[in-house]
Write a protein that binds this ligand. Sequence first.
Ligand code: GLN
Length: 467
Amino acid sequence: MTPNTLTAHAILDLIKQKKLSAKDVFASVSAQIQKTEKDVHAYATIFDAPQIQENAAVPIPIAIKDNICIKGELTTCSSQILSGFKPPYDATVIQKLKASGAVFTGHANMDEFAFGSSTETSYYGPTRNPWNLACVPGGSSGGSAAAVAANEAIWALGSDTGGSIRQPAALCGVVGLKPTYGRVSRYGLIAFASSLDQIGPITKDITDAALLLNIIAGHDEHDSTSVDLPVPDYTKALRNDVKGLKIGIPKEYFIEGIDPQVKKSVFDAIAILKKCGATFEEISLPHTEYAVSTYYIVATAEASSNLARFDGIQYGLRRKPDHIRKTPLIDLYEETRDIGFGTEAKRRIMLGTYALSSGYYDAYYLKGLKVRTLIKKDFDEAFKKVDAIITPTSPTTAFKIGEKTNDPLSMYLSDIYTISANLSGIPAISIPCGLSKDNLPIGLQIMAKPFDEEMLFRIGFTFEQNK
Ligand code: GLN
């Protein structure tokens, strides 16, 4: 038996029936890491043999994105500036996972500080797509998605600021969920853009996504943006039934730039859901064309502020200057940041600092926040008419490693369909819906009202059962 190829829920059933032990599961995941990690490079750090509690509720091997703090384990955001950093505390999601008996395989590779859509900007080098090693796995949670797709973990956690869970899930043929902003605590997630970031599950199927969200969701007094609402049992939403549901198809999402194979797969999925009893209507999200530019103002502004703390004093790398040019302290800050941050991180810090500087704040940042509100209002209007919205997750399938590294603007467009959900705070999921002629996965995105993750699970589950 190769338990590493199974879903978490299948494994939990077998454990319950005493046909499998948690130790066997971990052993098969470990063996797979030995076998494929040299090609895939899903991990930034592989942990030493973890403790396995045979009688725990959910002793499932899980990969954790390298920006989620685990006490005593190297946590670097795949950046040189955090080299050697071992957090003194666990993120809230990690505490919850530990309480459920989770087995941590390692910290998954990512774009440096989650800046990117391809996992090529990691200090540790790129992750490769298990479906085609010449291609990127998407990003920035590319290591998490590749680990699950390569069966080097049963499931994983990623973080999503503009699409970083959903886009790599789509490109690797797995399920990726960005919960509603505030549903999952961000305490212990090293911040990229605090008003956009959410932690979420990357899994092999919808049932596993519901199970993992059950573990990590909920209010947390350590995160003032987490919301104090009851957490439903998400597995109750796994119903093979979409009768009577109204689903919107936004016309702005099917314009030029979309790969015809992606478009076809998404419409094939829509046809299946129609057969199951859902009705579809065209809707408009008129401010969609401003989403990418708005995001790159708001996200870089917040990132430039969040990254100011990496100064060579408090965390990770410290570079003591050989010659003093200004003052010993200023030189230490500057040299540490010069060496510690990669090109994309520097680009974002400069863009964000510019957008926040006096004289430009009103023209860029404040304007960005206003357009963000308009984008959110588009969704409020749409959800008066429909229960959910369906779109592609990414305009293309996985692209070649190196193809977009010298063209940041074309890289930024990878998130054209995912970014609006972050700007609006709504939940969104990516589900595999087909393969291209080149045998590369295609993802379907479903979006719903704030705190209506159950709608995503219900539609996703129905699609999974009938495809
Ligand atoms: N690709 C987007 C960016 O580069 C989104 C990243 C993310 O969600 N962390 O900012």
